[in-house]
Design a protein around this ligand. Structure first.
Ligand SMILES: *Cc1c(COP(=O)(O)O)cnc(C)c1O
Length: 379
């Protein structure tokens, strides 16, 4: 059946659960490490939960359907997914990467992958000429759009055409918009990665990660890595993310609506110097966003007049919590310079404008007047 997105959040593409016949509406948690074989040389399709588990498979089917992929793999965290993905590369390979990525991805590239002789160029993929950085060893382009935390928007179709022309694997970390607002595979990417911990789970209660691919070849390579390194998502955590995804569409509508209201409020606040939100018509990525995403999301970054005020706000919010992470129903405020981007060099942070006056908010689903009252008292 060709269901619409909101319906697919609940059922995926397939409303028949072939694993069980009790009529359970909620997909069961198959809390088992191993599976009995009917006889020698035969299998139920399940051997061992590192390789296959029905609850994880149901989640993978739903995510695959939401991203219009060929296959989706569910990992124990976003970083586990990106780590497995990087196993596609060999010593000597070169990767062109966005320079304003999630700090954990930059740490992985610089401290784990580099040690294995994979090299990186970190560039502003929203502005720089990507082709100038391609060498005979280049194998892939890895981007986030919008970026974390500065909200730079990269034209996915344009990068896809460069990647195709040069035979490079094009990877998009789609965590910030989720498949509800953006489907990079439809725009020409080969691989989508997600921190499922964020919008997909949506309740700040479970870590998870996904890789979604557009081809059988990539699926087979990654399934081999997946079963070998053993970082698949546990059955119970798979069930929690399945449950979270059921409300993805309605959560994001409300979160985006709240984000717009907070942006408007910040714009009228004289202690706020800048607001970075791709849904603002004067944001440099506004026009591209409208062409490649169906919404602008619920992440916003802003600059206040002094570092003292930034620290004061972090210490004064009551309803809004000062915490890392994003995408959940709870509104969180973070200080990128000491949190998500603590491991990024001072020089790179400076280049990207991540200073002591920059704060980031992940807007939740609370009543908007409570959120604005909390911000007002914190200012
Ligand atoms: C959080 C995050 C990750 C890492 O995911 P974990 O689930 O925390 O391991 C990767 N990319 C982006 C954009 C993120 O926000």
């Amino acid at each position: 059946m060709d269901y619409k997105f909101t319906t697919k959040c609940i059922y995926g593409d397939n409303t028949n659960n072939t694993c069980e016949n009790t009529g359970a509406i909620s997909f069961p948690i198959y809390q088992t490490a191993t599976f009995a074989h009917p006889g020698l040389g035969s299998s139920t399709g399940y051997d061992y939960s590192r390789l296959q588990n029905p609850t994880r498979e149901q989640l993978e089917n739903v995510v695959c359907s939401l991203e219009n992929g060929f296959d989706a793999l569910a990992f124990s965290s976003g970083m586990a997914a990106i780590t497995a993905l990087m196993e596609l590369f060999h010593p000597g390979d070169h990767v062109i990467s966005g320079n304003d990525l999630y700090g954990g991805s930059i740490r992985l590239f610089n401290h784990i992958n580099r040690k294995n002789q994979i090299t990186f160029d970190f560039i502003d993929t929203s502005k720089d000429d990507i082709e100038k950085h391609i060498t005979p060893s280049t194998k892939a382009i890895f981007i986030e759009t919008p970026t974390n935390p500065m909200m730079n928007v990269t034209d996915i179709r344009k990068v896809a055409s460069i990647a195709r022309k040069h035979g490079l694997l094009f990877i998009v970390d789609n965590t910030f918009l989720s498949p509800y607002f953006q489907n990079p595979l439809d725009l020409g990417a080969d691989v989508v990665v997600h921190s499922g911990t964020k919008f997909m789970g949506g309740h700040n209660d479970t870590l998870a990660g996904f890789i979604v691919v557009n081809s059988k070849e990539l699926s087979e390579k990654l399934r081999f890595i997946f079963k070998t390194v053993g970082s698949g998502l546990a059955p119970f955590d798979s069930w929690l993310i399945l449950r979270g995804i059921k409300t993805l569409a309605i959560r994001l509508e409300r979160q985006q609506q709240n984000a717009f209201a907070i942006v408007q409020w910040l714009l009228t606040n004289e202690k706020v110097k800048n607001v970075y939100y791709p849904g603002l018509p004067d944001h440099p990525g506004y026009e591209i966003s409208k062409l490649q995403s169906s919404g602008f999301g619920s992440m916003l970054t802003f600059e206040v007049e002094s570092a003292d005020l930034a620290r004061h706000i972090l210490g004064s919010v009551k309803l809004i919590r000062f915490a890392e992470s994003l995408g959940g129903v709870e509104t969180l405020i973070t200080y990128p310079i000491t949190q998500t981007h603590a491991d990024v060099s001072d020089e790179d942070r400076e280049k990207n404008g991540i200073t002591e006056t920059i704060l980031r908010i992940s807007v939740g689903i609370e009543d908007i007047s409570d959120l604005i009252n909390d911000l007002a008292q914190a200012f």
